[in-house]
Design a protein around this ligand. Sequence first.
Ligand SMILES: NC(=O)C1=CN([C@@H]2O[C@H](COP(=O)(O)OP(=O)(O)OC[C@H]3O[C@@H](n4cnc5c(N)ncnc54)[C@H](O)[C@@H]3O)[C@@H](O)[C@H]2O)C=CC1
Ligand SMILES: O=C1[C@@H](O)[C@H](O)[C@@H](O)[C@H](O)[C@H]1O
Length: 335
Amino acid sequence: MTLRVGVIGTGMIGQDHIRRLTQVVSGAQVVAVTDANEMVAKEVASRLPDATVHPSGQHLVADERVDAVVVCSWGPTHEEYVLAAVAAGKPVFCEKPLATTPEACRNIIDAEVAHGSRLVQVGFMRRYDESYRALKDVIDSGQVGAPLIYYSGHRNPSVPEHYTKDMAIVDTAVHDFDVVRWLLGEELAAIRVLAAKPNSLGGDLQDPLLMIIESASGVLVNVETSVNIRYGYDIRGEVIGETGTAALADRGLVVVRSANRVGVEVPEDWRQRFITAYDVEFQEWINAVSRGLGAVGPSAWDGYAAQVVCDAGVNALYSGDRVEIELGTKPALYG
Ligand SMILES: NC(=O)C1=CN([C@@H]2O[C@H](COP(=O)(O)OP(=O)(O)OC[C@H]3O[C@@H](n4cnc5c(N)ncnc54)[C@H](O)[C@@H]3O)[C@@H](O)[C@H]2O)C=CC1
Ligand SMILES: O=C1[C@@H](O)[C@H](O)[C@@H](O)[C@H](O)[C@H]1O
């Protein structure tokens, strides 16, 4: 059976996901697209064998040919489309963020709980990266002892003009918050945010930021965002345990030794660094949805929890305070 997918938002990542749904993974066909920019949607559809262009996300969700929905539009639009998919009983893969406020994420949780089974998956692709999976295996095996500290470095070579200091938390570090919760297997409890001396290449932007997070059990998590670092897109992670440490390995297919230097290639951006992770993420989503499981990957609760950390982080950035992360009760649906 081929899963017939509708994609809302055909911008940069929407097009990249359409490419992988069409050319890389198996078991899916993109049968419908929509974008606020109709020209872009039409241009993307013209490269697909049999895709309808819809005037809105709501029309796309209602299309009987669409079995499952992928949301790749701007963050503030996610809540509306995810809720529409849940109301229609259709599985929905939503790019991060699940929604831009904890309240909006809660609305999605409430709708999914009322539906009675999982339909929503959030695009936290790091959980599908082989290095992160290997790091989690090391932590879970007890090889380095109980984790005490986790360092998470998130470096972008540059960011667009419209990027604000809040975005270092809500758009960038949101991935680190999710992956740390997943690696440690526990929730995060409090956050402080410190701004370093600004990188002069970032104009007025307050960059880099250092976030010091306490997990529920007391592990200290240090998230660094440096979004104007020029040398490449570099994702770092290291756990310091009671008896050892484990870190994500440097990437690259070859190690070059030349002119008194040794080195590996650094990716240009997330599409290159996480290319395989996105592929695995979509293949596993298609497999699960095709077997009648609404979703098995990162849940609406995961999207909500990450968003609460974002909210607390922005609050901590502006106040300079240590801000507690209050999640409230987790519905039984999320284990
Ligand atoms: N998992 C990851 O590593 C990444 C996730 N993202 C997430 O993917 C989403 C899209 O990001 P990009 O593709 O970089 O942005 P983009 O700006 O390139 O594309 C977004 C598209 O959504 C369309 N759009 C906006 N409002 C809409 C609406 N109401 N209905 C339909 N279409 C609408 C825009 O016209 C645009 O074509 C964001 O939520 C972003 O955070 C983006 C990059 C990487
Ligand atoms: O999600 C992403 C972008 O939206 C964000 O702007 C980047 O900082 C992240 O590294 C990337 O994974």
